[in-house]
Design a protein around this ligand. Structure first.
Ligand SMILES: Cc1cc2nc3c(=O)[nH]c(=O)nc-3n(C[C@H](O)[C@H](O)[C@H](O)COP(=O)(O)OP(=O)(O)OC[C@H]3O[C@@H](n4cnc5c(N)ncnc54)[C@H](O)[C@@H]3O)c2cc1C
Length: 382
């Protein structure tokens, strides 16, 4: 058992860490404040190859693995979560379904631009009326000659409305299974298709520099060839995508939790109270020690889930454990980091205020904490 990173992984981690400090940290607070999408940062991440990290070179990827993506997400989120979720959603929810399930033609058409970061894709599963219970999907797609006609709506879809969004893959009911349950399939809808409307961006509590929209499909017609993989495989497809995605979200959460340690350490050494730096007081030292402990154990949990996935072993339970634990830890650390910063922690100019606002969604997105517990319990045989 060896938890040390390979030379390639270590080099990647260092370069993303430098990039986050030098290119993201100086500009992200303004994007966050103004709710603007950081196109220039995305362009630079594209040049670094981050959007192609876990994909083979033949598709325009970097030939790395999913763990490399997780390391990059952790280092980005250590500085900012909007940028990290933009990358996470673009790779793990946007490009990955096309890579895993797409035809040669779909891959040739979409992957080069998605893997270079020139274009982004969204993944539309959640609907206004149903999220955790994906079986409750109401969006319908009916085959009419050689076209799918899609009607319905999707809620909270990341990366779905940027100037460089090329497509959204949507899950839709395409029929009824022999057992009476809904037949779900996944269909690629290119941006700009008539009948596909992107609502104005949501006003969110956090992730303010990331892009999130409600989408509606009103007799939206796409070619029959836009079906992703086999008809009726939608459920299995998104379960696979979400299982992997949970490891990535766990990595992102660990990054936020570690960023809270970084900022708190710095502040505890600078801030004076009662004639000494507050870091001299054991109450503050213990808080920071606990925060480091939590970030460290959550990191080990996602390393374990990623290692199992890369070894081709079952990893569903470990991915749920990693996501559940890391998101809890992120919220805990953000709360404590704010406390350590006192009144300044409540001021938006301090990164910890952003961490606090960005932490809560980690217990909700890509499966709530309750859903993670359901997955773990089910996997234990309950
Ligand atoms: C900023 C943001 C970005 C997002 N990006 C995307 C995206 O790109 N693509 C996408 O498809 N979705 C996206 N989502 C949606 C997200 O994945 C869902 O919000 C999440 O899965 C929860 O679904 P819900 O909001 O419908 O909550 P619900 O499913 O309505 O849950 C409400 C509450 O009930 C609990 N609950 C539900 N069922 C049970 C049960 N059986 N037992 C116990 N408790 C239960 C939940 O845990 C939760 O606490 C995004 C959401 C946000 C806020």
């Amino acid at each position: 058992m060896d938890f040390r990173l390979s030379e390639e992984h270590e080099a990647l981690r260092e370069s993303v860490r430098d990039f986050a400090r030098e290119a993201v940290a100086p500009v992200i607070a303004e994007h966050y404040e103004r709710h603007t999408f950081p196109y220039e940062i995305v362009r630079q991440m594209g040049k670094m190859g981050l959007f192609g990290l876990p994909f083979p070179e033949e598709h325009g990827g970097m030939g790395g693995d999913y763990f490399a993506l997780c390391l990059a997400l952790e280092e980005l989120a250590r500085v900012d979560s909007s940028v990290a979720i933009t990358l996470e959603a673009a790779v793990s929810l946007g490009a990955m379904p096309i890579y895993r399930f797409g035809t040669d033609e779909q891959q040739a058409r979409w992957l080069p631009k998605l893997l270079s970061g020139e274009a982004l894709a969204g993944f539309g599963l959640t609907e206004p009326g149903t999220g955790s219970d994906a079986g409750g999907t109401q969006t319908r797609a009916v085959l009419d000659g050689d076209e799918w006609v899609i009607n319905g709506s999707k809620a909270f879809i990341t990366n779905s409305g940027t100037d460089i969004t090329a497509l959204v893959t949507v899950t839709a009911v395409t029929g009824t299974n022999p057992d009476g349950s809904k037949e779900l399939s996944t269909i690629i809808v290119p941006s700009g298709t008539p009948g596909f409307t992107v609502a104005p961006a949501y006003s969110k509590v956090g992730w303010n520099a990331s892009d999130t929209h409600e989408l509606t499909f009103d007799d939206c017609r796409v070619p029959a060839g836009n079906l992703l993989g086999e008809r009726g495989r939608g459920f299995a497809q998104f379960l696979r995508i979400l299982d992997e995605g949970r490891i990535a979200i766990a990595a992102l959460a660990v990054g936020l939790a570690q960023g809270c340690v970084d900022e708190s350490l710095k502040y505890a050494k600078e801030r004076q109270a009662f004639g000494r730096p507050i870091g001299n007081y054991q109450a503050i030292q213990f808080k920071i020690a606990d925060m480091e402990l939590k970030a460290h154990t959550a990191r080990l949990a996602y390393y374990d889930a990623a290692a199992r996935m890369l070894a081709g072993e079952p990893f569903k339970r470990q991915a749920a454990i990693a996501k559940l634990h890391a998101s809890t830890v992120a919220v805990d650390n953000a709360r404590e980091a704010t406390q350590i910063h006192g009144g300044y922690g409540f001021m938006n100019e301090y990164p910890v205020a952003r961490f606090w606002r960005d932490s809560k969604i980690l217990e909700i997105g890509e499966g709530t904490s309750e859903v993670q517990r359901m997955i773990i319990a089910r996997d234990l045989g309950l």
